[in-house]
Design a protein around this ligand. Structure first.
Ligand SMILES: Cc1ncc(COP(=O)(O)O)c(C=O)c1O
Length: 436
């Protein structure tokens, strides 16, 4: 039985008549009978076309940090939109948003706005290459950095059996249509393994422009960095004159106001941000230290975008960041997130199911296996079928995480005690049902 009710099914059939596979982003297609059509979002809930309300842990793949349709953000956006949205000039709103952004992130000297995380990482890579005069980029297995050609290697969809040996990993290309030449500019390594990074830099360090890393693996179970790992990347990048880029598209403004750099106490050279900085409106940023990011001002390095800094996006960013800066949303997210993590651990123990809650109170996953994962290759030991069965049981009970454990549960400030209690009950019931 699929997840769609009758009206949702009708709408999805209509979607398929125009949108390819009925979606505007490939990750939203869950099959013809399971892909959802959503009517609206309200705080911690999404409502489908049949009027079914679900406690939402997808939160748009992460951005909805305050809750859907937060009225303070919506009001700021409405005001901005009424004054015109796109100009071929800088606006006061853009300056104010940049000031709020910079104040939130202690390590940042300057930034530019863009619209998506994909654009942000693409520009960060170009800056790093231009700054160093080198071409190679190091990324890590299971990390996702957007849909452009430079980074679609060994993302979380990769078959673990096709990654090569740990000492000599083979980049797995996630899509057709990427020129062969690009593959030769990427080096892929297992996450959380500093020795592998040392070894690669020993061989090729003088050619490596950037280390690009999700400081916490927001696309792979929410795996956290081992103590000293990010510090090690910082040191190796410094020793070899490479640029350290933290992709904070998922972690930024979610783990803390200052993102993962604040939580782990390590400063990158460049950072990419999107998602939680605008509570669901399309806004992103590339931020960094003057020594590198001011290369844009010196000329010869292109960054551009018609909609970059548009009034709607920057109004959403300023409103969201200013609300987050009060600290109160993080207290709420932490309370709900910790209660859920502890509750799931307790239920797993009570039911005698081998599993672990992995990650941070703002975004975490449930891994069904004996040992908690520390890198992408560990996904081979996760019972994905059990996880999918449990999540489908939860969706039928009105609670909606993504049915792939690599994608974490996201928590918003609109989630409270009632949502936590109902979610744990649904998890427990769905787990018992799935175990059979
Ligand atoms: C860490 C990370 N970087 C970049 C991106 C790409 O962002 P966007 O989908 O806004 O292009 C994502 C998207 O999920 C992401 O998780």
């Amino acid at each position: 039985m699929g997840l769609q009710g009758p009206r949702t099914a009708d709408w999805f059939a209509r979607a398929k008549a125009t949108l390819v596979n009925g979606v505007s982003s490939g990750f939203r297609y869950w099959g013809d009978e399971d892909s959802m059509v959503i009517d609206r979002g309200e705080g911690a809930y999404v409502v489908d076309m049949d009027g079914n309300r679900y406690i939402d842990y997808q939160l748009g793949f992460g951005p909805i940090v305050l809750g859907h349709a937060d009225e303070r953000v919506v009001r700021a956006v409405q005001e901005a939109a009424a004054s015109g949205t796109t100009f071929a000039m800088t606006t006061a709103r853009e300056i104010e948003a940049a000031e709020s952004f910079k104040k939130a992130l202690g390590w940042v000297d300057a930034l530019r706005f863009t619209n998506t995380g994909t654009e942000a990482t693409m520009h960060a890579i170009r800056l790093a290459r231009a700054h160093t005069g080198r071409e190679l980029v190091v990324k890590f297995e299971g990390c996702y950095h957007g849909a452009h050609d430079y980074v679609l290697f060994t993302t979380a969809g990769a078959p673990v059996g096709h990654l090569g040996s740990r000492r000599s990993p083979v980049p797995w290309q996630a899509s057709s249509g990427i020129p062969d030449a690009i593959r030769s500019t990427v080096r892929v390594l297992p996450y959380n393994d500093l020795e592998a990074v040392e070894r690669l830099f020993g061989n090729e360090g003088h050619q490596i422009a950037a280390i690009l890393v999700e400081p916490m693996m927001g696309n792979c179970f929410g795996v956290m960095p081992r103590p000293g790992y990010l510090e090690g990347l910082r040191r190796i990048a410094d020793e070899h004159g490479s640029v350290l880029v933290f992709d904070e598209v998922k972690t930024g403004f979610r783990m803390a106001l200052g993102g993962a750099a604040e939580v782990f106490g390590v400063e990158p050279d460049l950072g990419t941000f999107a998602k939680s900085m605008g509570n669901g409106f399309p806004i992103a940023a590339i931020a960094g230290k003057d020594e590198i990011i001011q290369d844009w001002a010196k000329g010869g390095v292109t960054q551009a975008g018609t909609y970059s800094g548009n009034a709607v996006g920057v109004a959403a960013a300023k409103a969201t960041i200013d609300i987050l800066a009060s600290g109160e949303p993080y207290q709420r997210i932490r309370k709900s997130g910790e209660a859920l993590m502890n509750g799931v651990e307790r239920i797993l123990a009570e039911e005698g199911v081998a599993g672990h809650v992995v990650g941070h109170w703002s975004m975490f996953s449930i891994f069904f296996g004996e040992e908690p994962p520390t890198e992408f290759r560990d996904s081979a030991h996760h019972d994905a079928d059990l996880y999918e069965a449990v999540v489908r049981g939860m969706i039928r009970r009105g609670v909606m995480p993504v049915d792939d454990a690599l994608e974490p549960w996201f928590i918003s400030a609109a989630h409270g005690d009632e949502e936590v209690a109902r979610s744990l009950e649904a998890f427990g019931d769905a787990l018992v049902e799935a175990k059979g």
